[in-house]
Design a protein. Structure first.
Length: 163
């Protein structure tokens, strides 16, 4: 059981802002929700909040990848690998067996916020720009096979231990 008397530091919080938008509304909404879930991480309900966040990361990555794959985004495979690398980093962090403390929550929040912003403003934004000029103007004639998305869902589920 955690003591409620632990010294409280100001939490490391980065709020979502419109400047993070990539112009694909579903992706933007999901990114926004990710920031909310990162902010909600807390020691008192750490297991629940971490699980909720990871579940949503899996959902979001799957949705984003499906959107990329369906629209024929040329850098899809490369982007998928970035998501996988991220999942591996998070799995390493969570798997090191350390007990949760305010500092460890803070460290996780900092890592997640930094990664999200770096990733969104570089790689997701690249997709957003491509999407604006290609996907809506030239929708694919047929939906590609979604095996990669399904396989990646399994990959994340394994790494994160999501049921
Ligand atoms: Fe992404």
């Amino acid at each position: 059981m955690m003591e409620a008397t632990e010294v409280k530091k100001a939490p490391y919080v980065i709020e979502w802002r419109d400047g993070f938008k990539i112009g694909v509304s579903q992706v933007d909404q999901e990114h926004r929700h990710l920031f909310t879930l990162v902010r909600a991480l807390n020691l008192n309900s750490v297991d629940q909040t971490v699980e909720e966040l990871l579940d949503y990361v899996v959902t979001h990555f799957s949705n984003e990848q499906e959107l990329m794959e369906k629209s024929g985004y040329p850098a899809f495979e490369q982007h998928l690998r970035l998501h996988e690398e991220f999942a591996a980093q998070v799995a390493d962090f969570l798997g090191n067996g350390e007990a949760w403390t305010e500092d460890r929550i803070q460290e996780l929040r900092r890592f997640l916020n930094k990664w999200l912003i770096g990733h969104i403003m570089t790689h997701d934004l690249r997709f957003g720009k491509w999407h604006a000029s290609h996907a809506t103007a030239h929708p694919p004639a047929h939906a590609p096979v979604l095996q990669t998305t399904i396989a990646s869902r399994g990959f994340f589920a394994r790494l994160f231990g999501v049921r």
